[in-house]
Design a protein. Structure first.
Length: 170
């Protein structure tokens, strides 16, 4: 279990990249059939789970924003500002161009190799490659812990339109 609960009530929590996202090696299996199955399953999962704004957004405090030299929208009825880890945005199935840019930015230079396919007249990429990855669970737990509260309705209030009812959790 993560230690994020111990941070409750503190104004400033270290960003997850500083503590939780320790890297580990992980084998990636890249068979095209598995990819298609994953893509279908992921699309359904993304549609059902990742559309929940509570899981995609987080509370950032002034100290957080100063540290990264950014500003954001003030939350309604609670301390802090609206923010989100970019990985949550990247997981939305509709952000393909964003994913392309992230892939280019973080250019994975793991080397893949090929083998002869017994049926095809050309070599195919070997489906297994080892990569160094961040641990997902601590990042997700950290972001979930920092989700804005819906206890008092919407956590945003537009300067002109008022409370945004579509974020009320109702």
């Amino acid at each position: 279990m993560s230690n994020f609960k111990a941070w409750k009530g503190q104004k400033y929590n270290a960003l997850p990249s500083e503590n939780a996202a320790k890297q580990r090696n992980r084998l990636f299996i890249s068979h095209i059939c598995l990819f298609i199955i994953y893509l279908l399953a992921f699309t359904v999962t993304a549609t059902l789970n990742l559309q929940n704004e509570k899981d995609n957004n987080m509370v950032a405090y002034e100290d957080d924003l100063k540290k990264i030299d950014r500003t954001s929208v003030k939350l309604r009825g609670q301390e802090g500002y609206l923010a989100g880890l970019d990985v949550m945005h990247e997981l939305h199935y509709h952000c393909i161009d964003h994913i392309r840019q992230i892939l280019q930015c973080h250019s994975d230079i793991s080397v893949h190799t090929f083998e002869w396919d017994p049926v095809l007249p050309y070599p195919v990429m070997k489906p297994v490659i080892e990569r160094e990855c961040k641990k997902w669970e601590p990042i997700y737990e950290w972001a979930k812990y920092r989700s804005p509260s819906l206890e008092n309705g919407s956590y945003l209030e537009h300067p002109v339109l008022g409370e945004l009812s579509f974020l009320s959790g109702a």
